[in-house]
Design a protein around this ligand. Structure first.
Ligand SMILES: NC(=O)c1ccc[n+]([C@@H]2O[C@H](COP(=O)([O-])OP(=O)(O)OC[C@H]3O[C@@H](n4cnc5c(N)ncnc54)[C@H](O)[C@@H]3O)[C@@H](O)[C@H]2O)c1
Length: 253
């Protein structure tokens, strides 16, 4: 990792596992203090002690991103305890069971939108308030290849991830002249717990997906972390409102 974030403060949501944990670790290794948010107090405390080992302070915070007041309080606590907020990776997200549109459940739709879309919006809202006070900052939202392409059986998930791109481009425009850059990553298919059920229940589907990825393998969480740190760093100073595919060539087909 070439970025040096010594003296900076990062915030990562969904940081107890997968892409979020790998990114929190990478921020810590690059010298940043990191606020790590996730649903469950015990698992985020455990994750913070893993990420902390090589870096400065990792602050675990139990926070459900679908609860706007909890997000507001978590960001206030980050600033109170770590002093400022320079970078954020709004990554927390969920998947629901696959169902074609005519069979999909309204409850699942609301749940996915509450976490994957409104959660990103709430996080950005309070992060931006702090970054505007500071006059600088970089935000990366976690979209997906599902943020620019359709996916049979995954209407609500893809709609929410498309929405994340709308929020990213809009906030990118709103805050570009205020020293704050807002971008997104579009992960392809990664080896995280999000795909565990697919691996257990529909291994043939996972093999089919793998075969469709030009690079011929699943991504490693560290590969998303590297893209997020790049987008937060000085090398990305001219990049705003962009969705960076980290997908082994999936969208290039
Ligand atoms: N794994 C993939 O193939 C893939 C592909 C494209 C996009 N993504 C996106 O990457 C992000 C991270 O997923 P992952 O693969 O690391 O999955 P993961 O399940 O390993 O991690 C997601 C984390 O988010 C947390 N979380 C869930 N709901 C939350 C809430 N309401 N508030 C706070 N935290 C919450 C979970 O507890 C978990 O720790 C998600 O937004 C997902 O949609 C993943």
């Amino acid at each position: 990792m070439t970025e040096n974030f010594a003296g900076k403060v990062a915030l990562v949501t969904g940081a107890a596992s997968g892409l979020g944990l790998a990114t929190a670790k990478a921020f810590a290794e690059a010298g940043a203090a990191v606020a790590m948010l996730d649903l469950d107090e015990e698992s985020i405390a455990r994750a913070a002690s893993v990420a902390q080992s090589s870096g400065p302070r990792c602050l675990p915070i139990a926070c459900d991103v679908s609860d706007e007041s909890a997000v507001r309080d978590a960001i206030a606590r980050t600033v109170h305890e770590l002093g400022r907020l320079d970078m954020a990776f709004n990554n927390a997200g969920i998947m629901v069971d696959r169902a074609d549109t005519a069979e999909a459940s309204g409850e699942d739709f609301d749940r996915v939108v509450a976490v994957n879309l409104r959660g990103v919006w709430s996080c950005m809202k309070y992060e931006l308030q702090q970054m505007v006070r500071q006059g600088s900052g970089a935000i990366v939202n976690c979209s997906s290849i599902g943020g620019v392409a359709g996916g049979p059986g995954l209407g609500a998930y893809h709609a929410a991830k498309h929405g994340v791109m709308g929020l990213t481009k809009t906030a990118g425009l709103e805050y570009a002249a205020k020293g704050i850059r807002v971008n997104a990553v579009l992960p392809g298919v990664f080896d995280t717990s999000m795909n565990d059920s697919l691996e257990e229940e529909q291994p043939e589907m996972l093999e089919k997906i793998k075969a469709e990825v030009p690079i011929g393998r699943l991504g490693k969480p560290e590969e998303v972390a590297a893209a997020v740190l790049f987008l937060c760093g000085p090398g990305a100073s001219m990049i705003i409102g962009h969705g960076l595919a980290v997908d082994g060539g999936f969208l290039a087909r």
